[in-house]
Write a protein that binds this ligand. Structure first.
Ligand SMILES: Cc1cc2nc3c(=O)[nH]c(=O)nc-3n(C[C@H](O)[C@H](O)[C@H](O)COP(=O)(O)O)c2cc1C
Length: 320
């Protein structure tokens, strides 16, 4: 399964009538300024190794003015010894930080008080709940009771003082589900569609799950491609804040996501290797994506993100 962006191409503008040096990729998300419309998507926390990875990501995101999402904070309350891997404010004092928790945890002992504690410990500006039913079902003792979650999400949105977002983890959110979430008070959705990291594949290679390997194989191409999710969510929710992630590899993929209707683009796995190395390596990866986005904008003659979002130059390639 692919991210779906390969089905689109920009029609080149030979006379862009803009100065490359003046192209602006600044934006804001829910009132928070960003120097680039990019997000480090939720990945890790709760282990010793995660301290290093997250500090590299946080320091680089601060320098580039990206938004930063921390990995699932479940471990933060369960094993306080690794709290430091989630406490990134000292390394990223000004950028928006999002805390993250599996929505299903609302059915397994996490309530408003726990979420408030997570916000306090992380200094987060946003609280993201992830929907990962197809990951849990492949875990040996996964949390698979997803009943009644929408009501609980609605209650949480009403009781937390910061905006709540909902994301998938690589299988995608469609327009109807997004509408139900926005109607419940969710401030933003991140489609986290198919085409990138697949946790069914991840679970397949975890030793504890050898017995599920053939089953995981059957579902290896499950999920809605990210490009399709963006179109579907946007068509039913024209004005709602929307993040695109899931298999984005570069700034050109991100540009297509914006032209299809996303406001911010998120990267996870493609930043991970650099994050294990150094802050400088993460910065290189970030600057590369920003440059690719600007080159795309130059190529179609869009001087800012509004111009890119409104471009008529994104075309679906004819079917072979
Ligand atoms: C190593 C790794 C760990 C992840 N952990 C989380 C997590 O804790 N919470 C979450 O919401 N998503 C998690 N994700 C999913 C990502 O945030 C993202 O939605 C998904 O991987 C799609 O992006 P990608 O294709 O750029 O990796 C993780 C992804 C990776 C690669």
């Amino acid at each position: 399964v692919t991210n779906g962006f390969e089905q689109y191409r920009f029609i080149h503008n030979a006379l862009p009538e803009i100065n490359f040096e003046e192209i602006s990729i600044r934006t804001e998300f829910l009132g928070k300024p960003l120097s680039a419309p990019f997000l480090v998507s939720s990945m890790t926390g709760g282990t010793e190794w995660a301290v290093t990875i997250n500090r590299h990501l946080a320091a680089a995101a601060e320098k580039r003015g990206w938004m930063l999402a921390i990995g699932s904070t479940r471990a933060l309350l369960e094993s306080p010894e690794y709290a430091s891997s989630f406490q990134l404010r000292p390394f990223a004092p000004t950028i928006p930080i999002a805390a993250n928790l599996g929505a299903v945890q609302l059915n397994y002992g996490f309530g408003v008080e726990e979420c408030k504690k997570i916000i306090e410990l992380t200094g987060a500006d946003f609280f993201i709940l992830h929907l990962n039913s197809m990951q849990e079902v492949f875990q040996k003792e996964g949390n698979t009771n997803f009943k009644g979650l929408l009501k609980k999400i609605e209650r949480l949105c009403g009781q937390l003082e910061i905006p709540v977002g909902v994301k998938e983890v690589g299988w995608g959110i469609d327009g109807g589900i997004a509408k139900a979430l926005y109607d419940a008070g969710v401030s933003f959705v991140d489609v986290a569609g198919a085409g990138g990291t697949s946790f069914i594949q991840v679970e397949k290679y975890r030793e504890q799950n050898q017995w599920m390997r053939p089953v995981a194989e059957v579902f290896s191409s499950w999920g809605t491609p990210t490009a399709e999710c963006i179109l579907s969510v946007r068509s039913q929710n024209p004005d709602k804040p929307l993040i695109a992630s899931g298999g984005l590899r570069n700034g050109l993929d991100a540009a297509k996501a914006f032209a299809l209707g996303a406001d911010v683009a998120g990267f996870a796995r493609t930043l991970l290797k650099a994050a294990t190395e150094s802050e400088e390596r993460v910065l290189e990866e970030m600057e590369r994506r920003e440059m690719e986005l600007k080159i795309t904008m130059f190529g179609i003659g869009a001087g800012d993100l509004e111009g890119l979002k409104k471009t008529g130059r994104l075309q679906k390639k004819p079917a072979d």
